[in-house]
Write a protein that binds this ligand. Sequence first.
Ligand code: GDP
Length: 520
Amino acid sequence: MTLNRRTFAIIAHPDAGKTTLTEKLLMVGGAIHLAGEVKARGAARRARSDWMKIEQQRGISVTSSVMTFERDGIVFNLLDTPGHEDFSEDTYRTLTAVDSAIMVLDAAKGIEPQTLKLFEVCRLRSVPIITFINKVDREGRDPFELMDEVADRLALDVCPMNWPVGMGGEFEGLYDFASGRLSRPEGDSREFLGDVSMHSGVTDPSLADKLSPAACERLAAEAELAQAGYPEFDPAAYRNGDLTPVWFGSALKQFGMPELLAAIAEHAPPPRPQPSDQGEVLPTQADVTGFIFKVQANMDPQHRDRIAFMRLVSGTFRRGMKLTPSALGKPIAVHSPILFFAQDREIADSAEPGDIIGIPNHGTLRVGDTLSEKNDLRFTGLPNFAPEILRRVVLKDPTKTKQLRKALDDLSEEGVIQVFTPEIGANLIVGVVGQLQLDVLISRLEAEYKVEAGLEPSPFDTARWIKGSDTALKDFAQFNRDKLAKDRDGNPVFMAKSVWDVNYQSERHPEVEFSATRER
Ligand code: GDP
């Protein structure tokens, strides 16, 4: 049954329309019935949790969730990724758990900085990408210019799958190349309410019954250019990550939604093999394996349990099964695995490769852990990123050192922050990729651990994991002891005053390897 799973994420720069698109895909997929429920669900969830106040105050989403829905025999697992750049680490890890992605662009903006960053992570793992150019109901840039920008900036072949007949005020509909279907806006809202007509091609005279003469001419001319100017859709090139099929549409006005869902069902890959230290693990392998890509504290501050999200890589998981987490080394029985739907959650009796299950636990499971029946392999490729902001944590009440350590340990397990223990000095240093993570840290310390703490500047600006022979590291330490620390797994880390410092030291110590990411 693994062939019918589609596990994917939507990547976008903030405001491109990821939330709106998610909502509409869930509607088309039959998972929710009214627009607005994705946000309503968010509001209900926020009301239950203290630290989510940040989410409320700033109006941005800081958690990623999983939504599963089934349509026409295909099970879609949509992994939501936080759009705010401060949470990119979380997003990156989520992308290790998907088999494909939809990249949403705003037709007025094209590729934006966050799109590019997220795309690069997909490329590292050859994650196939479907491009959705959103907001064609508004004035946007020329479609050719947008296509060329995707091709040039991402170094990908692009293939137009449909075409907007005008944009903004002149928008008269979407024409689908493969089927000859024209979908048109209706009524005052100029939404897609179902006005569809079928045509034999862009020069079909019957188009004149549906479009203005200028639009007919324009569609014929542009479509001819588009089809001549770009390669044909090649499913193998797409699955390889070399080509992206492009759909134009409007999430808000519901243009292009069923087409997009159908494209995922038809073209997006079923569960892919995953890299491990024992080579690639195929989804068809009989014994159960998976990895944790996210840990989320329970929203209920009364109960300290947390949910670890596991991507199932191989085998059929059954409730109650014993799996060994790599960091623990002894098996745990998974009695209440959770499946997540748009509006509720359910205990899962079984799950297939590609599925995401939530495993409630009290801190036994960590991001990056492999879970397996035989405990004979480790999945690779879940990155840690070098922090870009480093702060000293200072307690307001010095008797709470123990609580603070426990809290920092828990939060770093969840991947909210990274914690570094300096070789010299007593204050722990926390590292994050973005400022917002620090706000979450302080607010959660207070709400969940009753620890009041402040942050002070640290003398460091960034950090690098260091590797080398014992002699090389010893030699390096001799000159830099005051800049050395250990991460929570005991790996040596060089705390640098600036990127310049990193470059300087790596020139002076060529035998030491400085790395900005660490695979777990
Ligand atoms: P996100 O930050 O990527 O999740 O973006 P949202 O889905 O929240 O959308 C950002 C803004 O763009 C909102 O005001 C949406 O209503 C608007 N928007 C989303 N899709 C469309 C669209 O197709 N057309 C128009 N005109 N606006 C849209």
